[in-house]
Design a protein around this ligand. Sequence first.
Ligand SMILES: [Zn+2]
Length: 175
Amino acid sequence: MPSRFPPRETLHRHPGDGWVACGDHRHWGLYGAAGLLLARRGPGIRGPIGPVTDVVLQHRAVWSDQGGTWGVPGGALAPDETPVEGALRESLEEAAVEPRTVHVLGTHVLDHGPWAYTTVLADVMPGARVTPGAADPESLEVRWVAVDEVQTLPLLPAFAAAWPVLRARLDDVRR
Ligand SMILES: [Zn+2]
């Protein structure tokens, strides 16, 4: 076991943990996986809700799958969980984001057939303040990242591919 791998008992374990074979590659999460893309907005021209200024990203621990890259907090779904429930649970465990501070806007699904990844798009609940942080050994760092900084980070390839669509979805929100 590499010395930088954290003690087993410090990791959250779930019944959905495990690999799914998908063609010539594999994915983490027997029941699929989900993550939370939480956005913060500036003031709008005509109202309180303006364009997205920052999103919460996680710098993934180097020992994890595709470690060292940045992505959204998330992970494997439990068998009895919806993607939204799983994304909120993982965000609390990994990033100290309280579910009551999250206003879910919608979902974006990457469907690979035997496995799917659901990105849950969300705003900070009006009036709430979110101070994310690395809450378990799966993260090196969790923080607000300015939207224009996102593409300068070494991103998880799947997140890098989805980011333009996800950002457009967030910017399309009108409330
Ligand atoms: Zn696949």
